[in-house]
Design a binder for this molecule. Structure first.
Ligand code: ATP
Ligand code: MG
Length: 215
């Protein structure tokens, strides 16, 4: 049995066409059913639905053989010192966006940087943010949030946020502006290293098929 870990929403939807190209059709719809283990038209392949930030954990411990995770999630786990036992063979080119620092329109970020001011930054990506500001030599107080980061500066919780931006529409709607890019983000295929050995033919065939589908 091959178990593929995906997260609901964007990653699931953008992985589906790749899976079809690989020759795997998921026969349950996670948006409509409450099932967390989804069948496919291959009796030896199943899909599990987990939180986006939990995908590397399932693959790392071998509960899933393979998974799709954002490079943001992988980078955050790595900055925390995790991700052992994971092989990352492929950039799938989906879930593309950028990790940005954003502030309210009225906040003079550039001046705060010049003055060496200590600022408060709210983010889900505390480790990535810590490394980013440390590299700039900036002193920041980091506040961990689990969602709706855009709200934090509007309500006085923080001066700035570190978040993912694609079109910028959410920032604009909340009168925020992106002031710094931390890096490009896309989704990666991740593979359990032990599964690559013990289930080599099946797992390697899947990696090759994904590689062909991406090209
Ligand atoms: P949860 O809902 O479980 O808290 P989440 O909010 O991080 O997780 P999503 O918003 O679906 O879940 O994000 C999952 C992944 O999709 C992210 O880790 C990132 O790699 C990618 N992603 C997030 N936002 C965007 C975006 N605006 N454009 C493109 N890809 C994105
Ligand atoms: Mg979400």
């Amino acid at each position: 049995m091959i178990t593929l870990a995906l997260s609901k929403g964007r990653i699931f939807e953008e992985t589906l066409p790749l899976l079809e190209a690989v020759g795997i059709r998921v026969t349950d719809d996670p948006e409509r059913s409450r099932k967390l283990i989804l069948a496919t038209d291959r009796h030896d392949t199943r899909v599990i639905i987990v939180r986006a930030s939990d995908v590397p954990t399932y693959v790392q411990y071998g509960a899933a053989d393979i998974g799709v995770a954002g490079s943001d999630v992988l980078q955050e786990a790595e900055a925390k010192g995790g991700n052992d036992g994971l092989y990352r063979p492929l950039d799938l080119g989906i879930g593309r966006c950028r990790m940005m620092v954003a502030v309210p329109d009225a906040f003079d970020y550039e001046s705060a940087v010049r003055r060496g001011a200590r600022i408060r930054v709210a983010t889900k990506y505390v480790s990535i943010a810590r490394e980013h500001f440390a590299a700039k030599g900036m002193h920041v107080d980091l506040i961990k949030l689990y969602g709706s980061m855009e709200l934090a500066p509007l309500i006085g919780l923080a001066d700035a946020i570190v978040d993912l931006v694609s079109t910028g529409a959410t920032l604009k709607a909340n009168r925020l502006r992106a002031v710094e890019e931390i890096g490009a983000v896309s989704s990666r295929l991740i593979v359990n290293q032990a599964a690559l050995k013990t289930k080599r033919p099946a797992v390697q065939a899947l990696i090759d098929a994904f590689a062909a589908a991406v090209r």
